[in-house]
Design a protein around this ligand. Structure first.
Ligand SMILES: Cc1cc2nc3c(=O)[nH]c(=O)nc-3n(C[C@H](O)[C@H](O)[C@H](O)COP(=O)(O)O)c2cc1C
Length: 203
């Protein structure tokens, strides 16, 4: 049985195009592999907290020196990291907001990219601590188009941050031109759906 982690980060509900595409992934995956387990987290409607001063103090303390207060400051982070590590495949639905990821997805990244849990600082630099193979499928939705554009701060950022913790197997499906009229939107969504089917076939 494969464990899949599905995250949505659009604050929109039924009107969200990224949610439509991640549900397409779920539907097809469940039809193909009904025994697999899909864990769902809705960051768009139930965001995780931002890191704060006690979180930072706790993250940089030795495990044996954590007071009950410090332990509770990173309890959510521990839970999110355990959930993330348990998944073999992660599927993230991420709208483009102001060239980057929405704040709720950034808050999630800040919770799971943690010294001593998902990366280490060594004398020769950073070392990713995620050693089990893991695939990440990122489905982005965008009003415009960013092919070969320096304004795409989503894909380079996500590749860099996941590589820091040890994951290089990322696939991006960008549904673009969604604000460029109905024809462009339908074409882009159809291409994204095909790319999702192809991703599932090669998994
Ligand atoms: C606050 C905000 C910022 C946005 N910034 C961008 C942007 O920088 N570039 C872009 O192409 N589209 C931008 N968009 C358009 C969204 O990416 C697009 O509507 C997408 O479909 C939203 O995903 P969703 O349908 O899953 O909610 C923005 C939309 C919002 C609401």
């Amino acid at each position: 049985m494969t464990c899949i982690l599905h995250l949505d980060s659009s604050p929109r509900g039924d009107r969200s195009l990224s949610r439509g595409l991640t549900s397409e992934f779920n539907r097809t995956w469940q039809q193909t592999y009904p025994e697999d387990k899909i864990i769902y987290r809705d960051l768009g409607h139930n965001p995780v907290p931002f890191v704060d001063e006690s979180w930072i103090a706790a993250a940089f303390s030795q495990a044996g020196q954590l007071t009950p207060e410090l332990k509770s400051a990173i309890e959510i982070s521990d839970r999110l990291i355990d959930e993330f590590l348990a998944a073999k495949i992660c599927v993230f639905g991420i709208p483009m907001y102001n060239y980057g990821v929405p704040a709720n997805f950034k808050a999630y990244i800040d919770q799971i990219v943690r010294v001593g849990r998902t990366f280490a600082v060594t004398s020769s630099g950073y070392e990713g601590l995620v050693k089990e193979p893991k695939k990440i499928l990122v489905i982005t939705t965008r009003g415009g188009s960013y092919k070969d554009s320096p304004l795409d701060f989503q894909e380079p950022y996500l590749r860099a941050v996941f590589e820091l913790i040890g994951i290089a197997d990322l696939t991006f499906i960008h549904a673009e031109n969604l604000a460029m009229g109905d024809e462009a939107r339908q074409k882009s969504l159809a291409e994204a759906r095909t790319a999702i089917q192809q991703f599932i076939e090669i998994c």
